[in-house]
Design a protein around this ligand. Structure first.
Ligand code: ZN
Length: 317
């Protein structure tokens, strides 16, 4: 018998940020981005990381962040979040009316240097004015730790390193944290250990998990996360996304796989899985390549073939 399963979890969709930022093909039209955000909101997803207010030179695919925010419907009850890398980005996100500013640093110096050309400590210092801007605007800020559960350069960060990074945000009043397995290296024992210790160390904060399914361990890791009391999980429709330092790696766990998994466990998400699958098919058209989504490929485990008739038998092994 599985212990400690919650009755409900929150799904956060990051398709149009984490997923689209990794798309190296042609620029995805602003109208298509707006369409996907609107459809995701209507599927029952309560929180969407819409885009990143990163410098357009760094991520050309997200150069239309402000236009996307301006164009989307704002469904009541849905939180429209924005990733902000620095103070300029935060000002743009606040002007665009983002409901929440998501801050992110790499937990390990090697990844931080490779990704942002500065150490973790320098990256944190750069976020100080972002926290002040958010506070002044009365908009909540959250803290995410990339490579928090595994770094392709340094391996698994010790828990003390996590205490340091999340402690920086906690001391400054941030109460919503997220831990990312950016390179898909985590395992259930590690997830359980780190998330239960973080929750104990920072009792007033909530922790979310951002898992990549690079090595097909994401659902096992979610089970460990549930056991550790984590009730918020990120996903990207079609499993879009990736990690530039894990060549050939698959991306985020697919949002439809998350919902399918929680449905199977009897854990409520409030999300319409069929609507998500329709979005995944549309997304395949938009990005112009196959998606890494087991549920899109195989259908739901509740889709039955109906009564067998003779003549259908095929030998399979
Ligand atoms: Zn991701």
């Amino acid at each position: 018998m599985l212990a400690n399963l919650p009755k409900a979890v929150t799904i956060v969709d990051v398709t149009t940020r984490d997923g689209f930022q990794m798309e190296t093909g042609p620029f995805i039209p602003t109208a298509a981005k707006i369409e996907i955000v609107n459809r995701i909101a209507r599927s029952g997803i309560p929180e969407i990381q819409v885009t990143s207010f990163v410098h357009p030179r760094a991520v050309p695919q997200l150069a239309d962040a402000a236009e996307v925010f301006q164009g989307i419907d704002r469904l009541p009850g849905v939180k429209y979040r924005a990733l902000v890398p620095n103070a300029v980005g935060a000002e743009r996100a606040l002007a665009a009316g983002a409901d929440e500013l998501n801050l992110m640093v790499s937990v390990t110096d090697s990844h931080s240097l490779a990704n942002a050309n500065r150490t973790t400590a320098d990256a944190l210092a750069l976020l100080e004015p972002v926290l002040e801007l958010a506070e002044r605007a009365g908009v909540p800020a959250t803290a995410g730790g990339a490579t928090g559960l595994g770094c392709p350069f340094e391996g698994f960060p010790p828990v003390e390193r996590l205490y340091e990074v999340y402690g920086f945000f906690y001391e400054r009043g941030v109460r919503k944290m997220s831990v990312a397995d950016t390179a898909g290296m985590a395992n259930p024992l590690l997830v359980y250990d780190r998330l239960s210790r973080l929750r104990e160390r920072f009792p007033e904060a909530s922790f979310a998990l951002h898992l990549h399914d690079t090595r097909r361990m994401a659902t096992a890791n979610i089970l460990a996360g549930l056991e550790a009391g984590v009730t918020e999980y990120d996903g990207a429709v079609g499993g879009l996304g990736g990690c530039p330092y894990s060549p050939g790696a698959t991306g985020n766990i697919a949002t439809e796989e998350l919902v399918h998994f929680f449905d199977a466990l009897g854990i409520s998400t409030g999300v319409d899985l069929d609507a998500l699958l329709t979005i995944a098919r549309r997304l395949r058209e938009i990005v112009g390549h196959e998606l890494d989504s087991a549920i899109l490929r195989a259908g739901k485990s509740t889709d039955l073939l109906g009564p067998r008739t003779t003549g259908q038998t095929k030998l399979v092994s």
